[in-house]
Ligand binder design. Structure first.
Ligand code: PHE
Length: 444
């Protein structure tokens, strides 16, 4: 396809055959939910911000969502073949330009700005993904970092400086499961030659305490709201745990998980910033930590919001429930679901083209390069937020021909009104047609 110029969020871009941003995504970029007054994502952002003093942590809430692959991946040390770079996972504007997949895309530049010992960045982020009650291709993250400068701390003693700062933080009595040592030679290594063991240990302790205080704050607000809604509310003891993790730009690294409604929910990734990122940013004498937290998940457990699509609702029955909270956080209430409209399930079954077939220039859906996100996107593009979820219900390989057949179940249900069967059928017919047109499958 010939290159053409398109306009996204008021800037123009030259597209190429990497372009894969569907219209529903392009038009949602303008929403910026994290800075909309009284929106639950924005309220969640301010509660987290309140845990980090503005005098130390400078706030950045308006970084532009379209970034270079250098910012999103290369500056953070993502290898060339990292799966996160693939077109099936990431929205590309052109070969070198993406909708940011995480707020970490701004880490290197913000380190280079060097305006404060710490920072908080909140922003919309974009990932091609499955559709269900907890996944949506646009969500919001808050990134934070805290640095100490070897040239500025007394006697160049980072360890002492960090422990002094930890001593100045509030304490808490939440029970935290943290069974692993702060670093481990194979599983979660120290940056040899860049940080001493004691430095990494102190930085990790500051990071963990800072984040535990966020969890304590969120849950004390959630508990107050729960008691206001139901005076007989009995809260279960909060369970949180630190888990060893891997990110290309931190080491050692951890995730924090919260036990919620019967499952461990991952709410953030974090770690000691790799020193070469500081070096490339022109601040080689600084050492510190960074984390990236998902705002939707925190917001869902804070307000008891049952479905991630609700954040995108313009319905007053949703938005009206958060009015005035920005001015007075004590007005924070649990979300009261409005009645659910009936679900309408429809199945679609099809054969993938056998992998030996070479037909169909540009159509990608033979068994080898088929990716589920392609189906998700077709369905979402047609049904929008009237699709509650899409799940694979059957998979079958023909014993003689070796051809593979898949069956998906789509649940059409609007959050805002009852869909008629005709409407659901119309959506479903269009989905069937597009599966053939875009993916080259054969309907069964
Ligand atoms: N950017 C990472 C993610 O989206 C999270 C992260 C941020 C991890 C900062 C470490 C440090 O998964």
């Amino acid at each position: 396809s010939a290159p053409k110029t398109i306009s996204l969020s008021g800037r123009s871009y030259q597209t190429d055959d990497w372009y894969n941003v569907p219209p529903t995504i392009a038009s949602s970029i303008a929403r910026q939910l994290h800075v909309q007054k009284d929106h639950p994502i924005s309220i969640t952002r301010s509660i987290i911000e309140s845990c980090f003093p503005a005098s130390t942590y400078k706030r950045y809430n308006t970084f532009f969502p379209i970034v270079s692959t250098h910012e999103n991946f290369d500056s953070l040390g993502f290898p060339a073949d990292h799966p996160g770079r693939s077109k099936t996972d990431t929205y590309y504007v052109n070969k070198d330009t993406v909708l940011r997949t995480h707020t970490s895309a701004h880490q290197a530049d913000t380190f280079a700005l060097n305006q404060s010992p710490g920072f908080l960045i909140s922003a919309d982020v974009y990932r091609r993904d499955a559709i269900d009650r907890t996944h949506y291709p646009i969500f919001h993250q808050m990134e934070a970092a805290r640095m100490w400068d070897r040239k500025k701390v007394p006697g160049g003693n980072i360890v002492q400086a960090v422990w002094d700062d930890i001593a100045a933080l509030p304490t808490h009595d939440m029970i935290v499961e943290d069974p692993n040592p702060p670093m481990h030679a194979e599983r979660n290594p120290l940056q040899e030659g860049k940080h001493t063991h004691d430095e990494a240990e102190a930085i990790a302790a500051h990071l963990k305490r800072s984040l535990e205080l966020v969890v304590v704050e969120i849950f004390s607000r959630a508990k107050k709201a729960a008691i206001a809604a139901n005076p007989n509310f009995v809260d279960e003891p909060l369970r949180v745990r630190w888990v060893e993790a891997y990110f290309p730009f931190t080491t050692p690294s951890w995730e924090l998980e919260i036990f919620w409604q019967g499952d461990w929910l991952e709410v953030l990734g974090s770690g000691v910033v790799k020193q070469d990122i500081m070096e490339k940013a022109g601040v080689p004498s600084q050492v510190g930590w960074a984390f990236g937290m998902g705002l939707e998940r925190i917001s869902m457990l804070l307000f008891e919001i049952p479905d991630i699509r609700l954040f995108w609702s313009q319905d007053e029955r949703f938005l009206g429930q958060f009015k005035g909270v920005s001015e007075n956080m004590d007005k924070l209430k649990r979300f009261v679901p409005f009645s659910k409209f009936p679900a309408c399930y429809k199945d679609v079954a099809f054969w993938l083209r056998s992998s030996s077939s070479s037909a169909g220039g540009g159509i990608r859906a033979n068994a080898q390069d088929f990716h589920e996100n392609d189906i998700m996107e077709i369905v979402r593009d047609i049904g929008g937020d009237a699709v509650e979820d899409v799940t694979q219900v059957d998979e079958f390989t023909h014993p003689k021909t070796g051809r593979k057949s898949l069956c998906y179940r789509i649940n059409y249900r609007s959050l805002e009104r009852t869909l008629t069967n005709e409407e659901a059928n119309e959506y479903h017919e269009r989905v069937r047609t597009e599966l053939v047109n875009k993916l080259g499958v054969e309907l069964r």
